[in-house]
Design a protein around this ligand. Structure first.
Ligand code: HEM
Length: 277
């Protein structure tokens, strides 16, 4: 469809276009955005395919609320940590809301990531050529759960302390590497002030950085490969059937070329291909 020229543009739009053109000429931002956002999606795409994006939005919310909490939180084992959290909840304006959003957001993120993974599994979207998307996703799942573990200790009350002692003991009882992992997590042989600082830095620096990196990789694969078609898509079934037919035809041709071969019927089983190698 061609656009109709309806006269001069209004000055605001003209200014905006000129600014975008200026930036685009120097950075290629328009091409990049088009590559990232504008592409065809398969027929039958539904709300189920928005769960990954939902996980990303929840991660963004966790990052924003986490940054606000970090402005008030004090990682002090002599009661300061717990007091700072009480202060956030009872004194800071909207503090209860930000803390509540961060606390419940953690559970929401884990639930959404699991639902997203279940969708990917049921759709068979992990198969060729999306194996690396799955692997980066699996890393994201581990990191998300580790985020929950490290965040839980930060309140530094009895429940948080003992629950984390149990979790770290489970890690530490793994064969060979277990004791080392235990020492790294505790920042020594015992739980103490260094443990809280370690968990705090892992929780707010190491894991968010790793999650952001893996989301970047995950998105790169998704944009490069496009979103998969639902398992019931007629086009997908047709492609899979054509691939299977081509595989069978190739196996027949290979067998025909063998000395003393007979004329195999069209239904010649593909498994026999292995025997001809
Ligand atoms: C923080 C966690 C995660 C984020 C932010 C995320 C993000 C996304 C996004 C935005 C998509 C595009 C389609 C959609 O929105 O559903 C997607 C697709 C995909 N994700 Fe994830 N994901 C996460 C975790 C996982 C996990 C745990 C797995 C599996 C172990 C996984 C495997 C995949 C695969 C295979 C696709 C391609 C699906 C298709 O083409 O239909 N992701 N992910």
């Amino acid at each position: 469809m061609t656009t109709k020229d309806i006269g001069p543009k209004n000055p605001v739009q003209k200014g905006a276009d000129a600014t975008i053109d200026f930036v685009d000429e120097r950075s290629g931002v328009k091409t990049g955005t088009r590559w990232f956002l504008f592409r065809n999606i398969p027929e039958g795409t539904s709300w189920f395919q928005t769960l990954g994006f939902t996980a990303m939005v929840v991660f963004g919310m966790q990052a924003i609320t986490g940054i606000i909490l970090a402005m008030y939180y004090v990682p002090d084992t002599q009661g300061g940590a717990y007091k700072s959290i009480e202060y956030i909840t009872n004194e800071v304006t909207w503090g209860w809301l930000v803390r509540g959003m961060h606390k419940w957001g953690a559970s929401v993120m884990i639930i959404v990531v699991f639902l997203h993974m279940a969708r990917v599994f049921i759709w068979g979207a992990y198969k060729y050529p999306r194996e690396l998307t799955w692997v980066t996703g699996a890393m994201l799942l581990l990191l998300t759960m580790f985020m929950g573990l490290t965040g839980y200790l930060l309140v530094w009350d009895q429940k948080a302390y003992w629950a984390t002692v149990v979790a770290v003991n489970i890690f530490a009882s793994a064969p060979i590497l277990g004791p080392y992992i235990g020492d790294i997590l505790r920042a020594g042989p015992e739980f103490g002030p260094a443990t809280l600082s370690r968990f705090y830095s892992i929780h707010m620096l190491v894991i968010p950085g790793a999650i952001a990196t893996f989301i970047g990789l995950h998105l790169y694969f998704i944009v490069r490969l496009g979103i998969s078609e639902p398992p019931w898509s007629k086009r997908r079934l047709r492609i899979e059937r054509d691939e299977e037919d081509a595989r069978r035809a190739a196996a027949r041709e290979k067998a025909k070329a063998l000395p003393g071969s007979v004329n195999y019927p069209a239904s010649w089983p593909v498994e026999a291909e292995e025997a001809t190698r």
